[in-house]
Design a protein around this ligand. Sequence first.
Ligand code: IVH
Length: 677
Amino acid sequence: MTGQFTRTEYLQLKKHLNELAYNYYVLDEPQIADAEYDQLYQRLLRIEQQQPDWVSPDSPSQRVADQPLSKFQQVKHAMPMLSLGNVFSADELVDFVERIGHLLLKSEQSYNDIEFSAEPKLDGLAVSLRYEKGHLVQAATRGDGAAGEDITANIKTIASIPLVLRGENHPDVFEVRGEVVMPRDGFKKYNQWALANEEKAFANPRNAAAGSLRQLDPRKTAQRPLAFYAYSVGVVEPDHDISSHSEVLDWVKSLGLPVNQLNRVVDGAAGCAEFYQLVGGLRPTLNFDIDGVVYKVNNLAWQEILGFVTKAPRWATAHKFPAEEATTVVEKIDVQVGRTGSITPVARLKAVDVGGVTVTNATLHNEDEVKRKDVRVGDTVFVRRAGDVIPEVVKVVESKRPPNTSTFQMPSNCPVCETKLVRVEGEAVLRCSAGLSCDAQLKEGIKHFASRKGMDIEGLGDKLVDQLVDAGLVKTPADLYNLSESQVAGLERMAQKSAQNLLTGIKVSKETTLARFVYSLGIREVGEATSLTLAEQLKTLDAIMQADDEVLQNLPDIGVVVAKKINSYFAEVNNQEVINQLLSVGINWPEIETADEESLLLQNKVVVLTGKLSIFTRADAKSKLQKLGAKVTSSVSNKTDYVLAGENAGSKLTKAQDLNIPVVNESWLQNLIVAES
Ligand code: IVH
């Protein structure tokens, strides 16, 4: 007993915190808000300060050691860490599956279709974690497969890796293997931070993960956003009696370790091929890099029959995706002026195939990036095309730099309108502040205005916009509506017929919708979805123009930053002027019915989301619910009207049942969306 806390209370709090982490990281189902977690954690720290002898190694406070290591110790793996063979095509995949089939038949195993555990091949660093009596005692890198380095102190800083296994029933010795990765969002943020703080930025998330684990000071590793996914087990004592790999992974998950959610059990070569396509399609949208998929014979008895060739199993193979990186030569560096005046240096490259796409341009982002990477004309560079981002120059191969190159200098004036460039404090980009009086911004602005998601002007392509601006015929978007046939027909390569078509396209575009109109204005940070929200929620242009920060921030998906951008756009006299001109040339849209508020299907209903959703992402479900009039809150109480529960829903579901609150699923939401539209 202490003045305030009992030992039991402390142990319960510690257990509760570990359980919250499991729900958050492994089940992807947060139970409480981050701030609430922090409060509980602070409380734990206070108790530990008063009672230092209560602190045990499984306390979340013990994740970060406060001493750097002088070097990493070598660790011999109790069971070697293997590598994988590869297949590179659908044909090779069929060969791989047939070969396994033959071997199984030779061993008198009968089967219809061979089941595989199909998994993404995560592009990070392989590690092996060893738990003894449920406690994490050692973590090692793969090294050469036989021995690696002891990185226990660093691994402990990864919040999703449990320091103690869950439950009572764990083996005496439990080794689990998996991949440490740096998620793409964390990688981006980390690099931004590194640049601002004169630290080393990393070329890609894999290097970032590897570099972070190789830190001798765990306090540094603790600041890196790392994640872990388990994909197999090593030594387990006493041995388990599970018969398939997928069940092993389920077990691993139940012991508290994260397992990738894309893993599936599939049948035969066709099932594997389908998985390859599926995951390949998802690749750009994932928050972690993958370089392929892995197929593993699911039946563990068969794995044993199939055995190994030198260092790789016969029962598994990797199926690689096209590489996302390639090297090529920089032929020229240009700067581009964007729609909002941002100045972007762009490397013009000798054409190269990157992941199946020919790349000739790659962004160098901004002034700081060019300086940091010191990219010069003539350099051989790594180009990367990851996710759905535009290709970027990652790194110079310095050993290949030709003699007599010079560093690249950003211009001090706009390359198009000569206005002196400015750099707003806190921003990395240089900007031309001339707005529509800069021809480059005018051109980009008009292209955006006329684009398919905007005013959708048929027949007004990019080249034509350039010509119209260059000829001085269009100085604001409104000028489009005053063009005459003879003006247009006078342009190069413009026949009378196409001039007529363009004018018709322009005229037709006058009949639009409020959402399209708002989008076409090109307000920073306001894309298609935000424009639609503004139109649907505020109903009139006047209301949108007059909405203050508070009104805007209360709309679904609009936060502080976007609200500010909207407000400052409409506060500009020049912008008001352009809007007036557009309205006076006759642009119009059907009035949006100010529907009786009560008619929204979930008007004023309070909904709580829980569990793993499969149709919607959480953010998506939340915004759909809000659009139906609902308030989405995070905890279940007797004020809650519905609990929308996905897979593996936990305490919130139980609470809803206790309180007799209707529990609904994602199809319920889908039906409401259909009914409302
Ligand atoms: S299984 C006996 N599964 O790929 C099989 N490996 O080339 C051992 N990797 O060093 C590996 N995702 O770092 C396996 N789902 C996955 C994987 C995976 C990534 C990496 C791992 C390993 C390398 C093998």
